[in-house]
Design a protein around this ligand. Structure first.
Ligand code: GTP
Ligand code: MG
Length: 149
């Protein structure tokens, strides 16, 4: 089953946006399978964003992600990876559509409040990176028959 790694970045935690962000995914109908507040070590931030290592903004990105606690989440559902990216909106919040998380709640790429995996493969990879065994729960929400025919 498809899963994605969603993370409220330190600015989202500091600005009190955690509840608002979780609420959007809950209301959409996806299943929360992992959740924790976590101070990310530098090594993990570097591993998570290793594809961006060569970018000029990489040191700033690592500084940003490790600057305070983040909220780590695993969400599950059919099509959850692409749908979460839509709910999140464009990387640059000024270009993100109103109605999206970044479009509604942020103004700058370097403070764009949330991360979402960009493929199902990376969803699995990132959940494995950020969660230990036993921290991700399998469960059956009672609303399931009311979400899918
Ligand atoms: P994530 O969900 O966080 O992976 O964002 P994304 O997939 O929309 O963008 P991408 O993976 O290309 O970049 C990862 C993160 O690096 C972005 O979300 C930003 O926080 C940061 N970033 C990307 N481009 C820039 C940039 O030009 N300047 C700065 N300061 N940060 C950037
Ligand atoms: Mg990305």
């Amino acid at each position: 089953v498809e899963e994605t790694y969603i993370m409220v970045k330190p600015d989202g935690v500091q600005r009190g946006l955690v509840g608002e962000i979780i609420s959007r995914f809950e209301k959409k109908g996806f299943k929360l399978t992992g959740l924790k507040l976590f101070q990310c070590p530098k090594e993990l931030a570097e591993e998570h964003y290793k594809d961006l290592q060569a970018k000029p903004f990489f040191p700033k990105l690592i500084q940003y992600i490790t600057s305070g606690p983040v909220v780590c989440m695993a969400w599950e559902g059919v099509g959850v990876v692409a749908s979460a990216r839509k709910l999140i909106g464009a990387t640059n919040p000024l270009q993100a559509e109103p109605g999206t998380i970044r479009g509604d709640l942020a103004v700058q790429t370097g403070r764009n409040v949330i991360h979402g995996s960009d493929s199902p493969e990376n969803g699995k990879r990132e959940i494995g990176l950020w969660f230990k065994e036993g921290e991700v729960c399998s469960w059956a929400p009672v609303q399931e028959p009311w979400l899918r025919e």
